[in-house]
Design a protein around this ligand. Structure first.
Ligand code: AKG
Ligand code: FE2
Length: 197
């Protein structure tokens, strides 16, 4: 976010009320982050996401993949999704993030936005407990909006940045990744979560 983002205080709550968002800044050096980005572009089992909106199935350009402690099936945005067992790189990052955040996770949702023209619309995550978001690739805007007051809180998430949503954030706030024509490069986002496996 700025030159001194390494010095971000991870205890600061960026939401004015009704939830907790902690921003840790960069937790992975650029070079290392780019190695992960390349690895994930090539080795993750990406599939198109299908959303069920207003009675219609919509196939997104954005791709997703689920990984976790063991192979699993889950209903996510009303279509069945397959969860794959951890690959080494994801397990490595899970342990690192558990260390940094003092939380535990058993699954990860990966999102691949091929260019800035792909994003994700307003929603809350359905998992109880903390959701840790780790970004690779292009810098993109990530926005929270309070469900009642419509107050907004914005972040510019860069490759290597970690942000954690805690407490009642998902109950009172929605979030989105707005599309932008300015960004041509891909972005991969990992959200570590606790789901019923
Ligand atoms: O790509 C992001 O930064 C957010 C993705 C997201 O909100 C989600 O997968 O639930
Ligand atoms: Fe989300």
């Amino acid at each position: 976010m700025d030159l001194f983002s390494e010095l971000n205080n991870p205890n600061k709550n960026y939401l004015p009320k009704d939830g907790i968002v902690n921003y840790y800044g960069s937790i992975i050096p650029n070079e290392e982050a780019n190695v992960y980005l390349k690895k994930f572009l090539e080795n993750i089992q990406w599939v198109n996401d299908t959303l069920y909106i207003a009675g219609k199935h919509i196939i997104t350009d954005r791709k997703i993949a689920w990984y976790g402690d063991r192979p699993f099936e889950l209903n996510y945005s009303s279509t069945k999704k397959i969860g794959h067992p951890w690959i080494n790189e994801l397990l490595e990052l899970k342990v690192k993030i558990e260390d940094i955040t003092n939380e535990t996770f058993n699954a990860c949702l990966l999102n691949l936005y091929h260019t800035g023209e792909e994003g994700v619309g307003w929603h809350s995550d359905s998992e109880k407990g903390a959701v840790a978001s780790l970004t690779f690739g292009a810098t993109r805007k990530f926005v929270f909006k309070h469900k009642k007051t419509k107050e907004k809180v914005e972040f510019n998430l860069r490759g290597g940045d970690l942000l954690v949503m805690r407490g009642s954030t998902q109950i009172h706030w929605v979030h989105r990744l707005p599309p932008t024509k300015k960004v041509k490069e891909p972005r991969i986002n990992l959200t570590f979560r606790t789901i019923n496996l």
